[in-house]
Design a binder for this molecule. Structure first.
Ligand code: SAM
Length: 327
């Protein structure tokens, strides 16, 4: 089992498989992209398989595959096949922008991978194309509806962006009225690779809830696991639910059970901190399994207690883009 220096059990790994993305969401990175990692700096399929196997032996029982856009990686399904055979893993999930997932939906079902988070910050075409700077609206909505209607457990993650997509908040809630899907509204964070000025957020989770209440006053709070980052609600008579994620307000750090490993092998023990170590060279060196375990335990034994503490220790952390961190 992995336990950090604040007595929190770490059982959830967010594993990024690439830093590249086929969208250019304006709150995530500049239009021209960022300085993407060279191929040899990325963990190979074999290295990702070894890493995930070792992490599951150490006590990780949930892995979320993220990126960049995970489906830009040609060998992604091979990795997912490997994960599906790891006995210790109870939950394999994927975070995707839903542009490239279509041809893989049947195989995902065969592998028993059902938990898909779709990042989607718009319901109107104009909002979507303006934010993503790409023409993928129809593909994304077709894939989203396929996932929902073919029985996947779908959560839509919608980043609330001041003056950009707040007019889409109430319309996108219509989706969970008709379908068993969760629409989760997240606070924006300053990890945008320098594409936007960010001093403070106007759309906090409290303000988002107040706004939703004006249209839907009749909702109840749903029970959520202690380690959940979202506060979840059900509107009377609706099929699905909605949630709020205070990702910038950071109300959930006390029960954080997460570890992040980026596509280049950086180990990040807090989203608001810098990498504690890099496992790529360890995996490429001698005695890799023992060295890896020792390094991971050391990083976890040296975690900040909250995102605020981590941010204070790393003044330049906001120069990062979420496409390198994995969200
Ligand atoms: N490409 C995949 C996707 O779209 O879900 C995975 C990677 S993406 C970087 C992961 C998540 O980070 C997405 O939900 C995205 O909206 C979110 N994200 C990116 N930049 C962000 C920012 N500055 N603030 C809050 N969330 C951000």
């Amino acid at each position: 089992m992995l336990i950090d220096n604040h007595n929190r059990i770490i059982n959830y790994l967010r594993l990024a498989v690439t830093d590249r993305c086929n969208l250019r969401c304006n709150y995530c990175m500049p239009a021209e992209g960022i300085n993407f990692a060279k191929k040899e700096m990325l963990l190979s399929l074999e290295e990702l398989c070894l890493l995930s196997t070792r992490m599951s032996h150490l006590g990780i029982d949930k892995i979320r595959i993220t990126g960049g856009e995970p489906f830009v990686r040609k060998d992604l399904m091979d990795l997912l096949c490997h994960l599906s055979q790891l006995e210790g893993l109870k939950d394999i999930s994927i975070t995707t922008n839903a542009t490239l997932i279509g041809p893989h939906i049947d195989r995902l079902k065969e592998l028993g991978i059902r938990n898909i988070n779709v990042s989607l910050d718009a319901i109107q075409r104009e909002t979507f194309e303006r934010i993503t700077r790409r023409d993928q609206y129809d593909t994304v909505y077709n894939n989203l509806f396929r996932l929902i209607t073919e029985g996947f457990n779908v959560r839509v993650n919608f980043i609330v962006l001041d003056k950009q997509n707040t007019q889409d908040i109430l319309p996108i809630l219509e989706l969970q009225k008709e379908y068993p899907v969760s629409i989760r509204f997240l606070e924006e964070m300053p990890f945008n690779g320098g594409s936007r000025n960010f001093d403070k957020i106007r759309w906090t989770y409290k303000k988002i809830l107040e706004y939703i209440t004006t249209a839907y006053p009749d909702y109840r709070k749903l029970p959520s696991p202690d380690t959940s980052t979202s506060i979840n609600y059900k509107i009377k008579g609706h099929q699905g639910s909605f949630g709020l994620i205070p990702s910038f307000s950071r109300t959930f750090c006390g029960s954080c059970n997460r570890l992040r490993i980026t596509a280049t092998g950086d180990v990040i023990t807090c989203l608001y901190g810098k990498a504690k170590l890099n496992v790529r060279d360890i995996i490429r060196g001698p005695n890799r399994e023992e060295q890896l375990e020792a390094a991971i335990r050391k990083a976890i034994g040296n975690r900040e207690s909250t995102g605020f503490e981590a941010q204070r220790a790393h003044a330049d952390v906001f120069e990062n883009s979420m496409t390198s961190i994995g969200g």
